[in-house]
Design a protein around this ligand. Structure first.
Ligand SMILES: *[C@@H]1O[C@H](CO)[C@@H](O)[C@H](O)[C@H]1NC(C)=O
Ligand SMILES: *[C@@H]1O[C@H](CO)[C@@H](O)[C@H](O)[C@H]1NC(C)=O
Length: 188
């Protein structure tokens, strides 16, 4: 009798769970996610990226490496975590527009090329709190490097585009660098 009661209870509980479950997938209209009156637009962002590896407060720090990294000509296997300031002008004292937070990792045995996996986290004006996600290859000695914008959040929800990076200063002694970025992005 008790067993039957427990069984009945389980059946009731599981059917209650089923009535609250949602289908795994369904098709929506743009209106269902608040995009009915919104047109996709193209924005251009321009800023400078400061990669500071020297001094007492580096913004980019090596967090991992392979046993062979130090003997590799290209530093293959080094993994660096960055929280680099992004500014409006080339001077680090100019207005802060965001930060580049993520990882770059030496991913080539042949050239000085990095896997970039990072978020631009913006703080400026209407972009404050919005992010763009970058995933790409950065051959640092090429004059201009192109990296895909693979998505975004906030103002940049559903974003896609590309970033062009150009090094404007590289200090051979310290390893610090300033990189100019032009980012072209479709979003709503
Ligand atoms: C590689 O060099 C760095 C300094 O540049 C040092 O901190 C690290 O211990 C070295 N790693 C190995 C495995 O020798
Ligand atoms: C950005 O938003 C944060 C949190 O809402 C706020 O504290 C900060 O003052 C804002 N920054 C700017 C530059 O508006």
């Amino acid at each position: 009798m008790a067993t039957a009661m427990v069984f009945l209870l389980l059946v009731l509980l599981s059917s209650a769970a089923f009535t609250h479950s949602q289908p795994f997938s369904r098709t929506l209209s743009k209106a269902d996610i608040g995009l009915e009156n919104k047109k996709e637009k193209l924005s251009h962002l321009h800023f400078y990226f400061h990669d500071i590896v020297s001094g007492p407060h580096p913004s980019a720090i090596r967090v991992a490496a392979a046993p062979t990294t130090n003997s590799s000509r290209t530093g293959y296997g080094a993994v660096v975590m960055m929280d680099d300031p992004l500014t409006e002008g080339p001077d680090i004292g100019s207005k802060l527009v965001g930060r580049a937070q993520g990882i770059y990792a030496a991913s080539s045995q042949e050239d000085f090329s990095y896997l970039m996996a990072l978020n631009y986290v913006f703080v400026e004006g209407m972009y404050n709190g919005s992010t763009l996600s970058i995933l790409g290859k950065n051959s640092v000695f090429d004059t201009v490097r192109e990296m895909p914008v693979v998505g975004g959040s906030g103002v940049f929800r559903l974003a896609r585009g590309y970033a062009l990076a150009k090094t404007i200063m590289f200090d051979l002694k310290t390893g610090d660098a300033i990189v100019e970025y032009n980012v072209y992005v479709f979003h709503y």
